[in-house]
Design a protein around this ligand. Structure first.
Ligand SMILES: Nc1ncnc2c1ncn2[C@@H]1O[C@H](COP(=O)(O)OP(=O)(O)OP(=O)(O)O)[C@@H](O)[C@H]1O
Ligand code: SF4
Ligand SMILES: [Mg+2]
Length: 346
């Protein structure tokens, strides 16, 4: 059985800001049904950072976009599960049922997202200053002058040089790295209770990355902001997250405290991901040693009704290709989806 605070469909555990239970988000395409998220269960508490890792196409962004209710209703449909959010007043809100106008008020103020693609989320028609100041005026009720001052301070905090000039620039006048930082400023403008950061620093150089991470951490400390941090970088996970969820083929296959998962992974896929972390091979002439996981993710149109990792798993045995593993608790707050976790030593 998974950890206790994820089992019930009733109220949230104390301190929990968001609980996603058995979420299923499917795309109805001409080629068939893409089960992009298929039974994801996660929860996050105030002030906590939950990292989500997993190969490209495993369902990380679709999970975040489902929470934000930003998927096009024409093709995407939530066909199962629930998402419950606790607001600042302590009210529990069913995010899949709340009317669109209420959801619009919550976006930015209560839940914000830093999108993987900065260009698609900034409006080309407005200056970056207007795009940061607008939510500050709407949600915090500040006048234009104060909102602009706050926007300026945020631009400075996310490491934009010469912010007094850049505040009046349009997105296309900025470099990709600067647009990414503007988007981070937009997401942080209203000090949301939950921030979903979808690979927020991937495009940035190491110095700016460290600056952004420090900014996110200080906001967390000040406002007890909860953060879902999507990344491919397991080293970064070790540095910033409290908990980590490993996604594979639309499901969470392992979730638990970062120290426990990274020091002793219990799922063969987590172990395989960790073996991919570049290491310096000091014996050779300097190049980084990468050990890719052989094979590919299963086809999302027809995932196997079995362990989804079985075709790539070093530890697979015949029953792995016949039985779908459930999430089981290996320790309090540490869950794994593998039939053999008790017997295999990773
Ligand atoms: N609009 C869409 N229509 C159909 N399929 C989609 C759509 N958006 C995403 N998918 C599919 O859903 C699955 C999950 O995609 P998602 O973008 O969540 O992956 P991801 O884990 O964020 O990957 P990455 O690390 O590359 O960002 C993939 O198979 C993807 O092709
Ligand atoms: S269930 Fe079997 S195939 Fe799947 S991860 Fe565990 S050992 Fe590997
Ligand atoms: Mg993504």
């Amino acid at each position: 059985m998974p950890s206790p605070d994820l089992q019930t469909g009733s109220s949230l555990a104390p301190g929990t800001v968001l609980a996603i239970r058995d979420l299923k988000t499917h795309f109805f395409t001409d080629a068939g049904i893409v089960k992009a998220v298929n039974g994801v269960t996660l929860s996050i508490k105030e002030g906590e950072t939950l990292a989500i890792v997993g190969e490209s196409g495993s369902g990380k962004s679709v999970t975040g976009l489902t929470v934000m209710r930003l998927l096009a209703r024409t093709s995407a449909r939530v066909v199962g599960g629930s998402i419950t959010f606790r607001d600042r007043e302590g009210a529990e809100i069913d995010l899949l049922e709340v009317p669109e106008d209420a959801m619009q008020r919550m976006r930015g103020r209560d839940i914000a997202m830093i999108f993987q693609d900065p260009m698609s989320s900034l409006n080309p028609m407005f200056t970056v200053g207007e795009q940061i100041a607008e939510p500050i005026r709407i949600h915090k009720g500040h006048n234009r002058r104060t909102a602009r001052q706050e926007a300026l301070a945020l631009l400075r905090e996310v490491g934009i040089s010469d912010p007094e000039r850049r505040i009046d620039a349009y997105p296309h006048q900025l470099s990709g790295g600067m647009r990414q930082r503007v988007m981070i400023a937009v997401a942080l403008a209203c000090e949301p209770r939950l921030l979903i950061a979808d690979e927020p620093t991937t495009a940035l150089d190491v110095t700016i990355q460290a600056q952004i991470i420090a900014l996110l951490k200080s906001l967390q400390a000040r406002h007890k902001m909860a953060m879902i941090f999507v990344t491919h970088d397991l080293k970064l996970v070790g540095e910033i997250a409290d908990r980590v969820a490993v996604m594979y083929a639309s499901q969470v296959v392992e979730e638990g405290p970062v120290d426990a998962v990274l020091s002793r992974p219990r799922h063969p896929y987590t172990k395989a991901l960790m073996d991919c972390i570049p290491r310096r091979d000091y014996g050779a002439s300097g190049p980084q040693v990468l050990k890719p996981i052989p094979g590919l993710l299963p086809n999302p149109l027809s995932p196997p009704l079995a362990c989804r990792f079985h075709e790539r798993c070093h530890y697979a045995e015949p029953r792995c290709g016949e039985i779908e593993p459930a999430l089981e608790a290996v320790a309090p707050g540490h869950d794994v989806r593998c039939l053999r976790w008790r017997e295999i030593a990773l």
